[in-house]
Ligand binder design. Structure first.
Ligand code: AMP
Length: 410
């Protein structure tokens, strides 16, 4: 009988899941799926590792599914389908681990309560991330669960990098830059030695360019600085998020435009970014295919913001050895990569046009002073690895109760 790890990535209106089979020391994707549109017309789909559609269920419009029902539906489906595969643990993507959780942690009721304390820091994501944890604790209390955090990888950032210019006591109260997309950066840092020893050991910028977008500056594979800060709305222009703006603008919107907190939140998170600038779409493929001037403007601003942040982060690192592109846009769009690299030519970056068009992984020319790579990220694989490591660590000490504090997997 094979062991398997289930990974949940639960958002506000969808629950994504993946199952990895643990063969010896490898984790092999077995299937993945999702329930989308939970609150309007839910659709459940499952795809095998070979791309074959394994299941499709659609609920009629007006039949919303609560998170709990959706989780139970997924668990019941997996119980029927996994056959001789034994589920040994469930890993969850959790956006915020605060200052306390610098590593993944095995979750029990006490840890789940601690994680709920971070809801005010990430009100749009944390409650949804935690919902399946509570559901499983209640219905399958013996199934080991592990929480993996988007913030954890950046806990290596120096205090100076994390500080805002606010009164000092506020820093200790948690008003600081946390950074996000950490599971993606951790995955990339882990695979870099396979592609470039220089990128793995040196000063490297990883550009996670997807619907959410950020850049992380790595030194020797550890996070030194990142463009997202207290929240995941900071930094680069994104699909529907504004990226950095002057906090005085928020005050102005509230004072002069009569917007309340909810309206500003809606504007900054859901109506801005590529969608807001283009007035057309948050999807980069749609914008690249469009001749509309505002679509071009949105792409221009997306690239311009990246150019600014590359300059700032190269200054933080004191030079640059490598650039790595990842996520939906970064790993799939030669057009955006070429534009970003052209803008970074002043750093000695030179793109090999053919290699870039072919998708890499190495896309810098032989004469480039900076190695450039394009590598797909795999946050689910990262979560599955952490989950297996913590489940094994606990299984090897069967008499020990689950630890009440953060646990390391290294
Ligand atoms: P992610 O959030 O990582 O799934 O990335 C989603 C974004 O990647 C969307 O804006 C997509 O339009 C974009 N994307 C995916 N494939 C491509 C592609 N071949 N060219 C340009 N953008 C792409």
């Amino acid at each position: 009988m094979s062991d398997a790890i289930l990974v949940f990535n639960a958002g506000s209106s969808s629950i994504k899941f993946s199952v990895f089979v643990a063969d010896d020391d490898t984790l092999r994707l077995f299937l993945d799926g999702q329930i989308e549109e939970l609150f309007s017309a839910p659709v459940f789909t499952v795809t095998g590792a070979d791309g074959r559609r394994l299941a499709h269920t659609a609920w009629p419009q007006g039949h919303p599914l609560a998170h709990r029902e959706a989780v139970c539906f997924v668990m019941d489906y997996l119980t029927q389908q996994l056959g001789s595969v034994r589920l040994i643990g469930v890993g969850h993507r959790v956006v915020h681990g605060g200052l306390q959780f610098a590593h993944p942690v095995r979750v029990d009721a006490a840890i789940a309560a601690q994680l709920a304390q971070y809801v005010p820091l990430a009100p749009l994501h944390q409650p949804h991330n935690l919902a399946p944890i509570h559901d499983l604790l209640e219905r399958w209390p013996d199934l080991p669960q592990v929480a993996c955090f988007d913030t954890a990888f950046h806990r290596t950032n120096a205090d100076l990098e994390q500080m805002f210019g606010l009164p000092q006591p506020m820093f200790a109260q948690g008003l600081r830059r946390y950074g996000f997309h950490g599971l993606s950066y951790e995955y990339i840092a882990g695979v870099l030695p396979r592609f470039s020893a220089r990128a793995a050991a040196g000063r490297t910028l990883v550009l996670h360019l997807g619907n959410g977008a950020s850049i992380c500056a790595l030194r020797g594979g550890c996070s030194v600085a990142t463009t997202m800060g207290f929240t995941a709305v900071d930094g680069l222009l994104m699909g529907t998020r504004s990226g950095s703006l002057d906090p005085g603008l928020v005050l102005h919107l509230m004072e002069q435009h009569g917007m309340d907190v909810r309206a500003v939140q809606q504007l900054l998170y859901s109506e801005s970014g590529l969608l807001g600038v283009s007035g057309l779409s948050s999807d980069m493929r749609t914008l690249l295919a469009s001749d509309a001037p505002r679509a071009r403007l949105a792409v221009d601003l997306f690239c311009y913001r990246i150019r600014r942040e590359i300059g700032a982060l190269a200054a933080v690192l004191g030079g640059l050895d490598a650039i790595v592109f990842t996520a939906g846009i970064g790993a799939n769009s030669p057009v955006i990569r070429a534009r970003v690299l052209q803008d970074a030519a002043w750093l000695g970056v030179d793109c090999d046009a053919e290699a870039n068009a072919a998708g890499g992984p190495v896309i810098s020319s032989a004469t480039s002073l900076v190695d450039v790579l394009s590598i797909p990220t795999d946050e689910e694989q990262m979560i599955a690895r952490h989950t297996r490591a913590l489940v094994r660590a606990v299984c090897s000490q069967p008499k020990e109760p689950a630890a009440a504090g953060p646990q390391t997997t290294t």
